[in-house]
Each structure stands twice: as C-alpha cells, then as structure tokens.
Design a protein around this ligand. Structure first.
Ligand code: CU
Length: 172
C-alpha cells in the first residue's frame, strides 16, 4: 500500500513539470501539426456513436495528411492522434473537463473552456493533435506522422474509447 502510494506521488511529481513545460505548438513525440497546404492527401473520418469510419488509416513515416472529421452522431466526439499512453493521459483530462462542465455529453461550453483551469485546457486544439467536434459539425486537422510507432486516433470522452471509439494508424 505504502509502496504504491509512493509510486503514485513520484509519478505525479514527474508528470506535472512535463505537462506545464509541454508547448502547445510544435513537434510532439507522436508527430506534429502543420499547415494544411503541406498535405498531399486528405482523408475524411466520420464519427458515429461510438465509432469511426474508417476504423484504420494507412500512413507513411514523415507523411502529412489532412483529416476532415465529420460528426454524424448525436454525441460530442473527439479525434485525437496519439500513442495508447497519450490517450490514457488525455482521458483523465477529459473526465475533468466533463466534471467541470467545460464539455457536456453533447456540446462544448466555450465560455467555460476559455477560463483557465490550470493551463490544462490549452492542450486541446488542432495544434495538439486533437479536435472536439459537436454533433452535426466538422473540424480539420493536418498531421505530420513521425517514424513508425504504435499510433491510434481516439475519442477520450469518458466511456467512448472503451466502447470502441478508437482506430489504428497502420504504417506502410
Ligand atoms: Cu466519442
């Protein structure tokens, strides 16, 4: 019991400075947001309750892909690029955002979203590899893929990932 508590506090200590030091723009370990003009390929991803169509996308290392994400469901959904561990971390933030009313199951509260909650909300947006899309709306994200690694696109709104709202980037 003591050991796991000590480990948890050590992890918290290690992860907090990292979170605050993370820039909102620029390269991430799982790729980089770039201007749409750099993309040679556009892929449309349809969001439903709770899945994506298509369920996988094939990419090349270093390739730039423009994603148009269309929400045809009745719920709020996210399209986030990341490794499984990034999505796990993101899920915690999304649960907090839902708790604070910054998002509801069907919408974004833009007023609450703008308020500063310890800087954590600033990690959202196309520049971070994540877009939130309300029902009936669409968003865009242009991403430069890093070297081959285990990468997924996922919705980290509570319950959605577990329900199957996750897709795979297959490297060619
Ligand atoms: Cu979702």
């Amino acid at each position: 019991m003591f050991r796991s508590l000590a480990l948890a506090s050590l992890l918290a200590t290690l992860s907090i400075p990292h979170a605050f030091a993370a820039p909102d723009q620029g390269a991430r370990e799982f790729g980089q947001a770039v201007p749409a003009a750099q993309a040679k390929r556009t892929i449309t991803i349809t969001m439903k309750d709770n899945e994506y169509e298509p369920k996988s996308v094939t990419v090349k290392a270093g390739e730039v892909v423009r994603f148009i994400v269309v929400n045809k469901g009745d719920l709020l959904h996210e399209f986030a690029v990341g490794r499984p561990q990034d999505h796990a971390e993101h899920q915690k933030m999304m649960a907090m955002m839902l708790d604070h009313g910054m998002i509801t199951p069907t919408s974004i509260d833009h007023k609450k979203m703008k308020m500063d909650h310890g800087g954590q909300t600033h990690r959202h947006g196309p520049e971070t590899g994540s877009v939130l899309v309300e029902p009936g709306k669409r968003a865009e994200l242009t991403w430069k893929f890093p070297q081959a690694m285990t990468l997924q696109f996922a919705c980290t709104i509570p319950g959605h990932y577990e329900a199957g709202m996750v897709g795979k980037f297959n490297y060619q």
